[in-house]
Every structure is written in C-alpha cells, then in structure tokens.
Design a protein around this ligand. Structure first.
Ligand SMILES: [Zn+2]
Length: 245
C-alpha cells in the first residue's frame, strides 16, 4: 500500500519497462495537485521555484535515507536530527474524532505551505520507522524501476513493487491523455485490419481458378464479387492463417 512518504519519494519516477522515459514529476503541476488532493494536505500549486528546490532536495535526502535503512542500517542520531528539523517546520493541532472504529485522536496539520507538506512527509516516514521496521523498506529489484515501497508481507520477501497497480495509476492519472492514446491505438489496429483484409482480397482476386476453387471450398459459399459478411471474412482470415497458404 502506498504511504504518504513513499508516494512523495516515488515522484522521482523510473520507467520499469526500461524505455528510458524516467522523469522527475515533482515539479509538475498535475503531480503536485494530485498529491495534495490524495493526502488531504494544503499548499499552493504550483510550488514556487524556491519551494520546488526545497522539495527536491528534501526528497533526495529522504530517498537516500530510505535506501540506507533498506540496506539494514539503523537510523543514526544525525538522521534523527534531520527528521526532527523537518518535522518542526509544520505545526499540528490535536483533534478527537468519532469514526467507524471508535474514537480516534488525530493530529491535524495547521500550515498551508509546502513546508507543512514536507513536515507531514517526514512525520509519516518517522511513523514507519517507529511503528514498523526500517529494514522492511524496499527498493524494487527491477533495476529500471527502483520504486520505493514498504514490505508488509509476513514473510518479508517482497522484492518487486506491484507493477500492475502502478500501470493503472499512471493510466488514470491523466484520463484525457489516456483516452486520446486509446483512440490512436484503436485507429492503428483498425488500419492494420484494413490492410490485412485488402491484401487477402487482392490475393483472392489474383489467384488462378484451381487455387481459387480450393479456397472457395474452404471458405464455403463465397464467390468472387460477393459482398462479404463478417463471418465470411473471419472464415477467409482463418483459412489463410490456419490453411495451406
Ligand atoms: Zn517495480
């Protein structure tokens, strides 16, 4: 499951298919908007260049720290100080809420700047270390992926992130683009089908009568010049693919 801090760190996106389309999403307005909304935080979008710079260096340091812990190193006192300094930049208030599972005491972020967001991310990372186990932090074994995640399997053996989920997330992150891509893909497929059908048609037209007769038997009651139904076309394609041609 995504956590606030893994979602933040993974804004440094690597294409797991190895097509070298890796990109740093942190500076993108859509990413910032989605992130803020997903985690119910407040900050002005787009972040100013200074804020973006601060976010990026914080992200890179957190990434390095997560990597160190994933390698089995403990949280050093220097790491602890660094996390404390980051958490200090955001204030919270306490609030008692009644939920489905009874009463719950929550810490509500006060600030509406990116410093507050970073403080929340740092706090979420600290919770992972305190309540979980830093050695369960994983970096996906796929060298092209490097997605950072928390292994909550009982056996602690998860080596790869869940790529299917990532594909879905990317696909629906921008529905307009996904829709347009799908449209282009459909046109492409239709064009290929059209070319196949045309080549089959010209093949039939140019065959000598004996071969044509064999084909004709195979495809049933189709005669040259007939207006062909879908089933007949399927028969023809089947005959060519599976037949003796
Ligand atoms: Zn992965």
């Amino acid at each position: 499951m995504d956590r606030l801090w893994t979602d933040f760190v993974n804004s440094d996106y690597h294409d797991w298919r190895g097509r070298d389309r890796s990109e740093d999403k942190l500076g993108k307005t859509e990413w910032q908007q989605g992130f803020i909304k997903q985690w119910q935080l407040n900050a002005s979008v787009p972040a100013s260049p200074e804020e973006e710079g601060a976010l990026r260096s914080f992200r890179n340091e957190l990434q390095a720290l997560a990597t160190r812990l994933s390698e089995g190193n403990p949280l050093s006192s220097k790491d602890q100080e660094w996390l404390n300094a980051k958490m200090e930049e955001g204030q919270v208030i306490r609030r008692l809420n009644a939920g489905d599972e009874g009463l719950k005491l929550s810490l509500i972020p006060v600030g509406t700047q990116w410093q507050q967001v970073m403080a929340e991310v740092a706090a979420d990372f600290a919770i992972t270390v305190v309540e979980g186990d830093g050695r369960r932090i994983r970096i996906c074994d796929n060298a092209d992926c490097r997605w950072i995640f928390y292994d909550d399997t009982r056996s602690r053996t998860q080596k790869y992130c869940d790529d299917n989920r990532k594909i879905l997330q990317r696909k629906y992150a921008n529905p307009e683009i996904a829709c347009f891509q799908q449209l282009l893909y459909n046109i492409y497929v239709l064009k290929i089908i059209q070319l196949v059908v045309q080549s089959i048609q010209s093949e039939i037209n140019t065959r000598d009568s004996s071969v044509y007769l064999t084909k004709k038997t195979m495809i049933g009651d189709v005669s040259y010049g007939d207006k062909l139904s879908t089933e007949k076309w399927l028969c023809i394609i089947y005959g060519f693919v599976g037949g003796s041609v």
